[in-house]
Design a protein around this ligand. Structure first.
Ligand SMILES: CC(C)(COP(=O)(O)OP(=O)(O)OC[C@H]1O[C@@H](n2cnc3c(N)ncnc32)[C@H](O)[C@@H]1OP(=O)(O)O)[C@@H](O)C(=O)NCCC(=O)NCCS
Length: 157
């Protein structure tokens, strides 16, 4: 991971990659989320040689069908194809967890397409029920994990 660097970015910087890697069929305005304007949200970019190659956002939001009051949602974690399989996604996810942990989050969740479910499973997330059909994106799983105290490793060995 020495070649990569994580930096906080503005939500506007995340939008082109969100669209290119996750929401090609949606107009640019559709990836300007209301949560982007939440002052508690964090947007992280992974950079290689100054170029943005991965993004992730996280913000407080209740998890569907869960009474958990301190829930945080990861939105649009994505890594450019040529940079996948090198730990960048895991690093971005770790940074999201850290952000939720420093703000006393207790659970973190996300919706994911079936193809990326294995990534979250590998990262220690569980599935909350069967997939839900999204008219634009196809079947989507809701996945979640406990937010560990900062000093504890959350990733499966
Ligand atoms: C999902 C995604 C962010 C993973 O990024 P990545 O940088 O390739 O992930 P990493 O290299 O950090 O992988 C971490 C671990 O997860 C595993 N993994 C990654 N993607 C996986 C997948 N689709 N299925 C199963 N395991 C996967 C890796 O093998 C690695 O395991 P290891 O620790 O045993 O080596 C990337 O594939 C992506 O951008 N996908 C398209 C966007 C998307 O669907 N995002 C999720 C929904 S918002």
């Amino acid at each position: 991971m020495a070649d990569y660097e994580l930096q906080t970015i503005a939500p506007a910087e995340a939008r082109p990659l969100r669209r290119a890697l996750l929401h090609q069929l949606l107009p640019t305005a559709a990836v300007d989320y209301q949560s982007d304007h939440d002052p508690e949200s964090l947007h992280i970019g992974a950079f290689k040689d100054g170029a943005l190659v991965g993004v992730a956002s996280v913000h407080p939001q209740a998890m569907p069908n869960s009474p958990e009051p301190a829930a945080w949602r990861i939105r649009d974690i994505a890594v450019e194809r040529g940079h996948r399989g090198r730990g960048v996604g895991a690093w971005l996810l770790e940074r999201c967890l850290e952000h939720a942990s420093t703000r006393s989050g207790s659970v973190i969740w996300c919706t994911t397409r079936v193809a990326a479910y294995g990534f979250f499973e590998r990262m220690g997330f569980s599935r909350a029920g069967p997939p839900i059909e999204d008219p634009d994106e196809g079947p989507q799983y809701t996945v979640y994990a406990e937010v560990p105290p900062l000093e504890r490793s959350w990733r499966l060995a």
